[in-house]
Structures are given as structure tokens and as C-alpha cells.
Design a protein around this ligand. Structure first.
Ligand SMILES: O=C(O)CCC(=O)C(=O)O
Length: 266
């Protein structure tokens, strides 16, 4: 199963329209891959809070249009990263779009853990309430976005729902790059799953992006890692390795769930 992670640059000197065209053409170049992944909020930039309301799109908006065509032209499964979704009946959401190789919108995922504490995304966007997996012929994707990476219980939920490849588009800041790499490897090891973590490159809204998109196998080995600049990583995954790892080192079977809360026993 060949996966390509497009670590696209999000510098403000490029218009959103131009970036959409460029992203579509980068996706088309990945013909021959099984799965292509773009990062979080790449059209607008994850920290461009002042543009969220004006650049919000409906689920059949311009990013949908461009990515649906690009997936169909390339004949690939496309995790098109996320957009600022305008829900006509609700708040804005940070929503990922996954397309099948015929360009159909297969699933959407609204980011569950909003970043910013009491500011930014955390107050400007609604929180997703649903775990999402996507069945591909070779693997089951478990979807998460950026800050979600810090919440291991989300990934356990995805694994319990059958996920074998955890896909994490992000707009991670450079100043916490160590956390990004460490958490991506931790999520792979503890869940005995592939991790595809695709970040953005460049600087926007004054926030330097970490880049360093990373692919980790179910044993925690780093298969590929990008540099800080725009780059596409292409990696061959072996879906059987998930089953093998889970059978040969069956730690997931040793979980002890439902233990009582701490008591007062001495
Ligand atoms: O958790 C972090 O350090 C970064 C999270 C983030 O930038 C985001 O979710 O947009």
C-alpha cells in the first residue's frame, strides 16, 4: 500500500485559490499511490484565525470541488486534509474530507479536540463528537487532526473500531516539534498501528510550521520523515505488518478495562 504525504507550504504570499490549484496538481502527480494525504487547514492556514469566518466553506465548496476532481484524476484515495467548514445550522468546524478514487466524498471528520485553550480555534469552532474510520481495500484508516494527537484515548477508540492506519493531518508549530515526533511514535507503538502524520511547511500568521511529516510503522520504527520545507513523502506500507505485530507482541489483548476507581485500601 503506497502512501504519499504532501507537506504543502502555507506561506501568506500565495492566495488560497492558487494554493488550491497547486494542491490539486500535487495530488495528480501521485498517480500510482493508493492513499494521498494533505495537512490540516492548508487552504487558509491553521493559525489564520482572522480568516476563518471569511474563508469558511460548505462541504461542497471550492476545496471539495478541487479535491474531488484531483482524487478522480489520480485514481487515489485522498485524505484531503481539513477545511474550515461552514455548517448552515451551526458553528464553524475543522473538518477533514476523505475521497474515494472515483472522487466521491467517502467520509468527513470534525476535529474533536480544539486547540487554543480559551482562544483561537477552541472558541471559534465547534467540537466534533464522532470517531471516524474509513475502510480501504488494504487497511482501515482512523482519523484524527493535529491537537487530537495528544489524546491517546481517541486513538484507542479508533483501534477498537478496527483502525490499522492512523492518519493525522496537522498544522503543528515548529516550537513544539519534539512533541510532534514523540507523540506520533507513541501513538504507533501503543496502538500497534501505522501512523501517517502530515504537517504543513512555511510560516503563516507569524507561526512557523514544524514540517517534519512522519510515517511510523506498528513497531514504532520511523519509515520516513520530511524536512521543514515543502516536500512529498512516499512510503510503502505493509498492511500485514499490523496483524503480525499484534499477534507476535499481543499487548493490546492485555488491556485491563473497567477496573474500579481508587479506593482507600492500605
Ligand atoms: O498540540 C500542539 O502543540 C499543537 C496543536 C495545534 O497546533 C492545532 O491543533 O492546531
Amino acid at each position: 500500500m503506497r502512501a504519499s504525504l504532501i507537506q504543502i507550504g502555507v506561506n501568506p504570499d500565495e492566495s488560497i485559490e492558487a494554493r488550491r490549484l497547486r494542491a490539486a496538481s500535487l495530488v495528480r502527480e501521485q498517480r500510482g499511490a493508493d492513499l494521498v494525504v494533505l495537512p490540516e487547514l492548508w487552504p487558509v492556514g491553521a493559525f489564520a484565525y482572522e480568516s476563518f469566518a471569511t474563508e469558511a466553506e460548505s462541504l461542497d465548496g471550492p476545496t471539495y470541488e478541487a479535491m474531488s476532481k484531483a482524487a478522480a484524476d489520480a485514481g487515489v484515495w485522498l485524505h484531503a486534509g481539513s477545511i474550515v467548514e461552514r455548517d448552515p445550522d451551526g458553528p464553524l468546524y475543522n473538518t477533514s474530507l476523505v475521497f474515494s478514487p472515483d472522487g466521491e466524498l467517502a467520509r468527513t471528520y470534525r476535529k474533536i479536540h480544539r486547540f487554543g485553550f480559551d482562544q483561537g480555534e477552541a472558541v471559534m469552532m465547534g467540537a466534533g463528537e464522532e470517531l471516524v474510520t474509513v475502510r480501504l481495500p488494504e487497511a482501515t484508516l482512523g482519523l484524527a487532526t493535529c491537537y487530537d494527537l495528544r489524546f491517546p484515548e481517541l486513538f484507542r477508540g479508533l483501534v477498537d473500531a478496527g483502525a490499522t492506519v492512523l492518519v493525522i493531518p496537522a498544522g503543528w508549530p515548529a516550537r513544539r516539534r519534539e512533541h510532534w515526533t514523540l507523540l506520533a511514535r507513541a501513538r504507533a507503538v501503543e496502538n500497534q498501528s501505522y501512523v501517517l502524520a502530515c504537517g504543513t511547511a512555511g510560516t503563516h500568521a507569524g507561526v512557523e510550521q514544524a514540517g517534519h511529516s512522519i510515517v511510523v510503522d506498528p513497531w514504532g520504527e520511523v519509515l520516513a520523515v520530511a524536512g521543514p520545507a515543502e516536500e512529498t513523502l512516499t512510503v510503502d506500507l505493509d498492511p500485514a505488518k499490523v496483524t503480525e505485530t499484534r499477534e507476535q507482541f499481543p499487548a493490546l489483548k492485555d488491556r485491563r478495562l473497567g477496573l474500579p476507581a481508587p479506593g482507600n485500601r492500605r
